[in-house]
Design a protein around this ligand. Structure first.
Ligand code: HAM
Length: 454
């Protein structure tokens, strides 16, 4: 490599990979608030947090989500894991490397963990929730990223009583209303069980074949691979055709029809408002019976802020015992976007300290360091300049940072044991002992907590 190329490389500016982004303060204050609210609300419904690996064997997602789905067939970040250099024969068997994928969703992992940790031996159902990044190689746009964040919950085992479906949805609505999300709409549907859905899918396929040449290439392909997904089409030219197709609600078996009616009654009982949407089929293969989605305003075309449904049989498909399951995942990026766009969660303009320590002189510095430590221990946010500044400059800096107070510490203050506290908004100031200062801040700022700091 020539010197010229090295220089060029050294000056290369790095940027995030397309479809990923940095989350910066002050927006991260809102992210933390959303996550904290999820911890609190989900705990009141009896859920415990599960933390899962970011990557898993590709086969887990292929089997759970479905090999023909867009998520698995087009969007996963898959790589071959290197063979262990050292280790037993057992770890060397995979000379070609194991195929690993970054998780595109977490339901498969939760089910894997349920089986792996024998959770069927715990009191049922087991209620778990998770939050963290997921990865899908989709075309990036507003509300759609290649690394995005989900907050999800799953109920595994025990009964499939409709009250379980309704309570899961009720928890979601409770969470959204605690956050002040406005204008959200809940859509529900039942896509039947294996038997009645199979019959319906055949009927749908036959009807779709009759109109095949009026459909776009994606829908034409799906007639073969997954006719239900045609119902999901957003293509303007296909809407009128889709509206005339047979509807699954008219083809549910007796048990699925009764189950769907009971889920709606249970939602009514909880005062949960919903709209039925017969075209809500979801893009993952594991669903049966209840499916649901929530849309929120301010998101453009990517307006689904949450999706979920029932997936009895998935645990069995992954090698576990027959187990009921239902859950959802919220797109946290979209939730935050919608909260911001609605203006219900205004961001602090900056992350300002409560107090700026303007110190001058060596003795004052030692006191300043100790004071900053004590104040932070008491929970107040403090900016301590690392180098000495004239008071005028320090006060200017305190103003720029948006600090509420400046604590002025010079040789006089240290000698007297009386510190000067200046309120920056009106320039008023007074002298206080150290304990008076703590008392004053405690009284005035106990309730104005922001981001855990006062
Ligand atoms: P999903 O509908 O694929 O379901 O994703 C759930 C939510 O994640 C979506 O409604 C959306 O808000 C968000 N999301 C999905 N892809 C992206 C993306 N590329 N960028 C930003 N946000 C995105 C699942 O993942 C299922 N595991 C949900 C579930 C849990 N079903 C049962 N249990």
């Amino acid at each position: 490599m020539s010197e010229g190329t090295i220089k060029k490389e050294e000056h290369r500016k790095f940027q995030v990979v397309k479809g990923t982004r940095d989350l910066l303060p002050p927006e991260t204050v809102l992210w933390n608030r959303v996550e904290q609210t999820a911890h609190e609300v989900f705990a009141t419904f009896g859920y415990g947090e599960i933390r899962l690996p970011i990557f898993e064997p590709t086969e887990l997602f292929a089997r759970a989500v479905g090999g023909e789905t867009d998520i698995v067939s087009k969007e996963m970040y898959t790589f071959s894991d290197r063979t262990e250099e050292v280790g037993s024969l057992a770890t060397r068997h995979s000379a070609l490397g194991t195929s690993i994928s970054l998780r595109p969703e977490a339901t498969a992992s939760v089910c894997r963990a349920y089986i792996e940790h024998n959770m069927q031996q715990l009191p049922q159902p087991v209620r778990l929730y998770y939050m963290g990044p997921m990865f899908r190689r989709e075309r990036p746009q507003k509300g759609r990223y290649r690394q995005f964040y989900q907050i999800g919950a799953e109920v595994l085992g025990g009964t499939d009583a409709p009250a379980i479906d309704a309570e899961v949805i009720d928890m979601l609505i409770t969470f959204f209303s605690k956050l002040g999300l406005s204008g959200a709409t809940l859509y529900i549907n039942s896509i039947g069980c294996r038997e009645c859905r199979l019959k319906y899918v055949e009927l749908l396929r036959a009807e779709l074949l009759k109109v095949k040449d009026q459909l776009g290439p994606d829908s034409q392909r799906r007639i073969d691979t997954n006719p239900l997904r045609v119902l999901d089409s957003k293509l303007e030219s296909e809407q009128a055709i889709i509206e005339k197709l047979p509807r699954i609600a008219d083809h549910l078996c007796e048990a699925c029809r009764e189950n769907y009616d009971a889920v709606k009654r249970e939602l009514d009982l909880r005062g949960v408002k919903y709209q039925e949407n017969w075209r809500l089929v979801r893009g993952l293969d594991y669903y049966m019976r209840t499916t649901f989605e929530i849309t929120a305003p301010g998101l453009g075309s990517q307006n689904a802020v949450c999706g979920g449904g029932r997936y009895d049989g998935l645990i069995e498909l992954l090698g576990g015992p027959p187990t009921k399951g239902i859950g959802f995942a919220i797109g946290e990026d979209r939730l935050i976007l919608s909260l911001l766009e609605s203006g219900r969660s205004p961001l602090a303009t900056r992350h300002s300290p409560l107090l700026y320590v303007a110190w001058m002189g060596e003795k004052a510095y030692a006191t300043a360091v100790r004071a900053a430590k004590d104040l932070r221990n008491a929970g107040f946010s403090v900016e301590l300049p690392p180098i000495e500044q004239k008071f005028g400059k320090a006060l200017g800096q305190a103003d720029k940072l948006g600090a509420k107070y400046a604590l002025i510490l010079g040789d006089n203050e240290v000698a007297e044991g009386l510190w000067t506290l200046k309120t920056l908004a009106d320039g008023s100031q007074g002298k206080l002992t150290e304990s008076d200062l703590l008392e004053f801040l405690r009284k005035g700022h106990a309730a104005t907590s922001q981001n855990g700091c006062r």
